[in-house]
Design a protein around this ligand. Structure first.
Ligand SMILES: [Zn+2]
Length: 134
């Protein structure tokens, strides 16, 4: 699918890695966006509540999926190994680490901040109001 066979020229700016990173960060922004109605105090009897909750579920699962895709790519494409092989080891590993810490930190902060809301979502269950929304 790509030219990953023989080349050793992967870098951290691997286009696919960057694409997945952008998707990851985009899904994180969308995740935050989807929490807003709930932080603003939307109530179960409000007319948009069901739709907002479905949107939030979707944003949450997209965030988890984007995070997984990013990590899967790091592992399967071997971006890390080729970075090591490139020789500029300390600099690239520092950069890799800070990128990963940034991603992991943002994700953890999001989860901690919104954990109560996610908990509510899980308690209610993902299918509870899907039929009334779509
Ligand atoms: Zn890659």
């Amino acid at each position: 699918m790509d030219k990953s066979g023989s080349s050793n020229s992967y870098k951290m700016d691997c286009p696919e890695l960057k694409r997945l990173w952008d998707l990851y960060m985009g899904s994180l922004a969308a995740f935050h966006e989807s929490q807003k109605p709930f932080l603003d105090g939307i109530r179960p009897h409000d007319s948009h509540y069901s739709r907002m909750r479905v949107a939030k579920e979707r944003a949450t699962s997209e965030l988890i999926g984007a995070r997984k895709n990013y990590w899967d790519h790091v592992q399967s494409h071997g971006c890390r190994q080729s970075v090591k092989a490139a020789g500029n080891q300390r600099q690239t590993l520092d950069r890799l680490r800070s990128e990963l810490e940034s991603a992991s930190g943002a994700f953890q902060r999001a989860l901690e901040k919104f954990h109560p809301l996610i908990q509510i979502m899980e308690d209610v269950g993902p299918t509870a109001d899907r039929k009334s929304v779509v």
